[in-house]
Write a protein that binds this ligand. Structure first.
Ligand SMILES: [Zn+2]
Length: 419
């Protein structure tokens, strides 16, 4: 491990900063303070309100810094090795190697300011095991939610993660199949059921990205079973048809959401956004996680970038809630650069504050954790970033991290390590 640990002082800690962003849609508190006790935020306000009230607290004076809520990455794969083809390592299933990958990727998340992340696909409960080590105090890391193995068709997208289900039986058999899979996930600590509704890039012999693997009826069955077990559903859907199935079945989040259609005669991928489906997604509050932002500032504008920004803006204009997730682990998707996702939203027309919300308040809401994380409010979890500059003026401040506080414990990142 290259990053340093700053020992967390016992007892309450009072941070006195130049500026506190309690939540992006509120004006920041200039010369503000946050009082933390254990893993909770106790009080937030102007420093003057804390004169004498901090008796016994260790004081951290950071007058040049901006303090804001820790970032939330809604879509990562901790067990994927950040190469263009993570599949061989996953298929081989060498658990010691994969455990090492999980730990180093989780450390990179923390270095990049992410204090909560949702893992949307691993194998053998690797993320649940990692989380248990963090909860036992053996490791310092972000809070992890896990989907365990994504449900997929036989030999379908990412089948090698262990989540194949065959829904070619009778209605009764299919229901039994889905219930068994959901119950197994729940028993293994799953927080969400992930369904590979469409094909994807990592499974060459599987369905193409634009094509659906599950019908609307299949998905409705999965959503109903997950709900009965108290779990939300994340639907992987690149294609417009898969997005339609997800929207009609009532999933909680749509992952990727590229409105893809079959390629044309020249092989160029089709793009088929639907007003009707967008209306359902917006009305029912399904969050969409675009995932395509890595190093976008270096993309050629005339090709991918203009289309990507136009897609984001189209979704926003149709009232769809977009939240930050970058598919870290896949195809050189870095764990410490969620800043790229936030700056991309800004480039597509979001204000600084709205772009920040996609990785804080809005992301927390999409995960059903809006009353626990994503803002600096008394009673919320003590997940904070200490930045060298103000992200409400320049979002690249998210890469100027001095400290990351996760559940009240202070982490000081080392140099960026993704090269
Ligand atoms: Zn993914």
């Amino acid at each position: 491990m290259t990053a340093q640990h700053t020992p967390t002082p016992p007892g309450p800690v009072l941070l006195r900063a130049g500026r506190i962003i309690t939540r992006p849609d509120q004006p920041p508190v200039e010369l503000g303070a946050v009082l933390i006790d254990g893993d909770r935020i106790v009080a937030v306000g102007p420093t003057t309100e804390f004169e004498g009230a901090a008796g016994g607290a260790t004081v951290m004076d950071i007058p040049a810094a901006t303090v804001m809520p820790g970032l939330i990455n809604v879509h990562v794969h901790l067990s994927f090795d950040v190469t263009t083809d993570p599949r061989p390592a996953l298929e081989a299933g060498d658990l010691a190697t994969l455990e090492h990958t999980v730990r180093s990727n989780a450390r990179a998340l923390l270095d990049g300011g992410v204090t909560t992340a949702r893992d949307l696909g691993d194998r053998d409960g690797l993320v649940a095991s990692y989380r248990a080590q963090v909860q036992a105090g053996q490791l310092l890391g972000p809070t992890m939610l896990t989907a365990r193995s994504p449900l997929t068709a036989p030999k379908g997208h990412c089948w090698f993660l262990g989540g194949e289900i065959d829904l070619n039986g009778t209605a009764v058999e299919n229901r039994r199949t889905v219930d068994a899979a959901v119950a197994r996930h729940l028993a293994g600590g799953a927080d969400v059921i992930k369904v590979m509704t469409s094909g994807g890039m990592m499974t060459p012999a599987g369905a193409p990205m634009w094509q659906s693997q599950f019908s609307e009826q299949d998905l409705a069955l999965i959503v109903a079973s997950a709900r009965e077990h108290g779990l939300p559903v994340a639907g992987h859907a690149h294609g417009a048809d898969a997005m339609a199935a997800c929207a009609k079945a009532g999933v909680n989040t749509i992952e990727h959401g590229g409105w893809l259609a079959p390629p044309d005669a020249d092989g160029a991928m089709g793009y088929a956004p639907s007003e009707e489906i967008a209306e359902i997604i917006a009305r029912t509050g399904i969050a969409v996680v675009p995932t395509r932002a890595r190093e976008w500032e270096t993309w050629p504008p005339e090709a991918r970038l203009d289309l990507q920004l136009a897609k984001l803006a189209w979704n926003d204009q149709h009232g769809i809630r977009l939240v930050a997730g970058n598919d870290a682990g896949v195809g050189q998707g870095y764990f410490d650069t969620l800043v790229d996702t936030v700056t991309q939203f800004h480039a597509a027309g979001w204000t600084h504050a709205r772009a920040l919300a996609t990785a804080t308040t809005e992301a927390a809401h999409a995960l059903g954790l809006g009353a626990q994380i994503g803002q600096l409010t008394p009673g919320y979890r003590a997940d904070l970033l200490v930045l060298g500059s103000n992200p409400l003026e320049d979002l690249h401040a998210l890469a100027d991290i001095q400290h990351v506080i996760t559940g009240g414990r202070v982490h000081t990142p080392g140099a960026p390590s993704h090269n």
